[in-house]
Ligand binder design. Structure first.
Ligand SMILES: Nc1ncnc2c1ncn2[C@@H]1O[C@H](COP(=O)(O)OP(=O)(O)OP(=O)(O)O)[C@@H](O)[C@H]1O
Length: 267
């Protein structure tokens, strides 16, 4: 459904995303992984249409993403980012209702169907009793739930998530990922997630893509790709990788500090 063809992005003369190609199928989840500064967010921002590639193209089915108008794009692609909530004192319900704007023409108000969608999503994200609370009064975990509700109310085909679990406690992390998984399975939502936690990525994502210096250096299922040698190559850290006892997905254990000298100490 989404085809990324050899996209590159430069800042000044520096190439930060370098010839990435990727095909995304409906209803799959893909994790974009790699060290700080490797180009993950830049790639995600090109997929969202926020940034235009300097080279290469992104196709959403038969349509070139760069030719889609913002409203049409927002009916297909939603972005989960807490920053998008801003600091204005809107209530939770008002903020989520704004996610329906791609379905409204100018001066049109919400239809019964729009209100139904908002109500359902408030319920699914456990926010029904917070509808009248101002978003400025919420905790980080609650704000993240509002951000996911606001993204899902767009009824997108693709949801882009940039480090969605950062700053969340374990329960909040898994409830957010659970909501995403539910939509992936029930509605065929395609998920593209930038994430640093390799263990979560391995359990959650159908496929992972590792970036290093803007280039794709490995891509495939977590079982195919995640290994101690790859982690050593990408992050310069020595780890032990073991299969998860229930799913067999690779899980990473860190070496005790004494056994894990940083790479430059090796030479
Ligand atoms: N607007 C910008 N102007 C100049 N350079 C930028 C800009 N945005 C990003 N960069 C640079 O591009 C490179 C890739 O940045 P990007 O944010 O895509 O990396 P990332 O892999 O998401 O990093 P992190 O894991 O730290 O969030 C970095 O070196 C960054 O400094």
């Amino acid at each position: 459904m989404l085809t990324i063809q050899s996209v590159s992005k430069h800042y000044d003369t520096r190439c930060v995303v370098d010839g990435i190609s990727l095909q995304l199928k409906r209803g799959e989840s893909i994790g974009i992984l790699g060290p700080n500064g490797s180009g993950k967010t830049t790639l995600l921002r090109m997929i969202s249409g926020e940034l235009t590639p300097d080279q290469g193209e992104i196709w959403l089915e038969e349509q070139n993403l760069s030719k889609l108008k913002p409203k049409a794009r927002a009916r297909k692609i939603a972005v989960l980012a807490q920053e998008l909530l801003g600091d204005a004192p809107f209530t939770v319900r008002e903020m989520i209702e704004m996610g329906r704007y791609p379905y409204l023409s100018r001066f049109e108000t919400l239809s019964d169907r729009d209100i139904d969608v908002v109500d359902q999503i408030l319920q699914q994200t456990n926010l029904s009793d917070r509808g009248h609370t101002r978003i400025t009064e919420l905790s980080g975990g609650e704000r993240q739930r509002v951000a996911i509700a606001r993204a899902l109310v767009q009824e997108p085909e693709i949801l882009l998530l940039d480090e969605p679990t950062t700053y969340l406690d374990l329960e909040a992390q898994w409830s957010l990922l659970d909501i995403c998984k539910h939509w992936q399975k029930e509605k065929g939502l395609t998920l593209v997630m930038v994430i640093h936690d390799l263990n979560v990525a391995s359990l959650f994502c159908d496929r992972v893509l590792f970036l290093q210096n803007g280039k794709c250096i490995a891509e495939g299922t977590p079982k195919e790709v995640i290994s101690a040698s790859l982690i050593e190559e990408v992050y310069g850290v020595s780890t032990v990788v073991i299969p998860h006892p229930e799913t067999g997905s690779p899980q990473i254990l860190h070496q005790p500090f004494m056994n894990n000298p940083r790479k430059e100490h090796d030479s």
